[in-house]
Unconditional design. Structure first.
Length: 261
């Protein structure tokens, strides 16, 4: 984890209401593991002093990129950022997705712009499999061509049927899973908690592995404030785990969901 003053290289519309922010961050960028996140101090936010967490879309020696959608005061305040501006970041934070188990078939599952957070994992996996991406409309399914260029079989679903299968991610995943040997699957998942639980339930029922990136409010990002705790199973019962420090990636069998959705 490093703190760095990053320079904005690009800040433009990406697709629909989504925007891309590309930062020159030569200290943080090379350290990023797929599934980690940044904590960004938003300039000109007045009394709102807390940093905002963002999943990392792309990273390397040149810096980092994030995809986001302005949905509140914090992200709205980011819109004036332009090339040449400075942004204070802390990262990379959290534990990323683990290495794929040998002999398994990788599957990516994402809801909303969670698929942007899976791009680095999709790039680094030695075997390319199927990617199930869900969103409300076609405008909410990001980066399809980027994943296809990496060799992934992308299968979108939309609530309104404007792209791919009409419905939720599970409406495409479930029929496909029935034709597979489920125990050979290893899932890497990112998105809203109800979708994470649905995929985790399937992993447990059919005895395959699913790595879930939990979506919780992370006020400090470094494990100090305890606002992002969840219940994690242990041999003797359960314990509190911090999403920002102990996660955000957890295996489906670790999570006690009763208070997470």
């Amino acid at each position: 984890m490093k703190q760095e003053t990053a320079t904005v290289l690009e800040h433009d519309n990406f697709q629909g209401d989504y925007r891309i922010l590309r930062l020159a961050a030569p200290t943080v960028g090379p350290l990023v593991v797929p599934g980690q996140f940044l904590h960004l101090q938003i300039p000109q936010l007045g009394d709102r002093i807390l940093r905002r967490p963002f999943s990392i879309y792309k990273a390397g020696a040149e810096g980092v990129s994030i995809l986001y959608k302005p949905v509140g005061r914090g992200t709205e305040a980011m819109k004036p950022l332009k090339a040449g501006d400075s942004v204070d970041i802390i990262g990379p934070l959290g534990n990323g997705y683990p290495q794929m188990t040998e002999g398994k078939i990788p599957v990516l599952v994402a809801g909303g712009y969670g698929n942007a957070a899976l791009y680095l994992k999709a790039r680094d996996l030695p075997i390319k499999g199927v990617a199930f991406f869900g969103g409300r409309t076609a405008q909410d399914i990001l980066c399809i061509e980027e994943f296809k260029a990496l060799g992934w079989d992308v299968r979108p679903t939309t609530n309104d049927g404007s792209l791919g299968v009409e419905g939720l991610v599970i409406d495409a995943f479930d029929p496909w899973m029935k034709d597979q040997n489920a125990r050979d699957l290893e899932l890497f998942v990112c998105g809203p908690n109800p979708m994470l639980k649905a995929m985790g339930d399937r992993a447990i029922e059919h005895d395959f592995t699913a790595w879930l990136s939990l979506d919780k409010n992370m006020a400090c990002g470094v494990g100090a404030c305890l606002t992002c705790v969840i219940k994690r199973k242990t041999a003797d019962g359960w314990e509190w785990a911090r999403c920002c420090k102990d996660g955000p990636i957890f295996e489906s069998r670790e999570i006690i969901w009763e208070e997470q959705v």
